[in-house]
Design a protein around this ligand. Structure first.
Ligand SMILES: Nc1ncnc2c1ncn2[C@@H]1O[C@H](COP(=O)(O)OP(=O)(O)O)[C@@H](O)[C@H]1O
Ligand SMILES: Cc1ncc(C[n+]2csc(CCOP(=O)(O)OP(=O)(O)O)c2C)c(N)n1
Ligand SMILES: [Mg+2]
Length: 319
């Protein structure tokens, strides 16, 4: 099975391990699992950051800490939840106290701002790796990947593609260019998880996902889980002006569809909910735009053409 993706490994060997419990409302396959023990359902997710894989080795510790929480908040956002508690697993090559202090400062600041208590974890020696488990509360019926219907519209927050460009700026450009493309760089370093938008969309959106691997691949998860096709419209999904300036038309499209690291929300909602979607976005002070429609069928379509190349999205074990 050399060359299989992380999704193959999960589907074939890891999903559904252990006891069957009737307090598990949703297991593997969505942005977070849903469990219930009286009260409101709980949302649980875990994401790991590995140095050199998820962030460049020269990223300041402050931003490593910030990102470790931000990417997990994004999963709770995609379910429309309220983030509450986190457990932190930290693997360090050496006990570098000033690095850990900076890391803690970045993580702690975002945790306070988002109302999350870090209630435990684990510290070990090894290659620099940060694993964070987050638990949130549902604020209503959680947004899931499997609720899109033919006839719904497809919506997108923010400016996907900018973060992948920002990583390239960080890695390739000299000091002058770094300053010139500061906005793109910031999109990678400090993603803004869309927690307020997710919550505002509860009861409005029919399905949602956060974008970590790239718009094409992640929209593909909504399509697959909902049993529908997502038809995206290139003019409405136009990349931002600064991304177009930095990358040019073709590369901007590639970054937008397959760059990853965006931590924006892609969601669907019935046509009749247009006004409510716009009101939710205003309440959450988050820019959103309609970029397409849900049809019967399968897969993600771009300007009438199917996006067949799943490798367009980030995949850990496919180069
Ligand atoms: N080791 C594992 N065991 C069980 N389920 C897993 C494992 N790793 C990932 N999953 C599940 O597979 C789904 C896809 O994972 P992933 O692509 O990491 O999602 P996300 O982009 O939301 O972080 C998620 O529902 C996740 O919980
Ligand atoms: C140094 C470096 N190289 C490449 C990338 C690009 N990258 C790495 S992982 C990833 C996808 C998101 O990570 P994953 O572990 O798949 O997150 P999940 O989908 O589980 O939320 C991307 C776009 C990066 N962030 N940093
Ligand atoms: Mg994950």
């Amino acid at each position: 099975m050399a060359g299989c993706s992380e999704f193959d490994l999960i589907d074939r060997h890891l999903a559904g391990l252990g006891a069957e419990r009737d307090d598990v409302l949703l297991g593997p396959g969505d942005d977070a699992a849903i469990t219930q023990d009286g009260g409101r359902p709980l949302l649980m997710a875990l994401d790991t950051l590995v140095e050199g894989v998820h962030f460049p080795a020269d990223l300041p510790a402050y931003w490593v800490g910030y990102r470790a929480l931000a990417v997990n908040l994004s999963d709770i956002a995609a379910m429309g939840g309220e983030p509450c508690w986190a457990l932190l697993g930290l693997t360090l090559p050496a006990p570098d106290e000033s690095w850990v202090a900076q890391f803690a400062s970045g993580l702690g600041r975002l945790a306070r701002a988002s109302g999350v208590a870090v209630i435990g974890g684990d510290v070990t020696r090894g290659p620099l790796t940060v694993s964070l488990q987050i638990t949130g509360r549902a604020t209503g019926a959680p947004l899931r990947r499997d609720g899109a219907h033919a006839g719904d519209r497809v919506w997108l927050s923010g400016r996907p593609g900018e973060a992948a460009a920002g990583l390239a700026v960080w890695q390739q450009e000299g000091a002058r260019e770094q300053a010139r493309w500061q906005g793109l760089r910031q999109a990678f370093i400090a993603p803004r998880p869309r927690v307020a938008l997710g919550q505002a969309l509860v009861g409005v959106a029919s399905a949602a996902i956060d974008l970590s691997d790239g718009l094409a691949a992640d929209a593909g998860h909504i399509a697959a889980r909902s049993g529908v096709a997502l038809h995206l419209d290139p003019p409405r999904g136009r990349p931002s002006a600064r991304l177009l300036r930095w990358a040019g038309e073709a590369e901007a499209r590639r970054l937008q569809l397959g760059g990853g690291d965006d931590y924006e929300l892609c969601f669907t909602a019935p046509r009749e909910a247009d006004v409510m979607v716009r009101a939710a976005a205003r309440r959450a002070r988050t820019p959103v735009r309609c970029i397409g429609e849900v049809h019967e069928g399968e897969g993600v379509w771009w300007g009438g053409e199917p996006i067949l190349d799943r490798a367009a999205g980030y995949c850990h074990f496919v180069s």
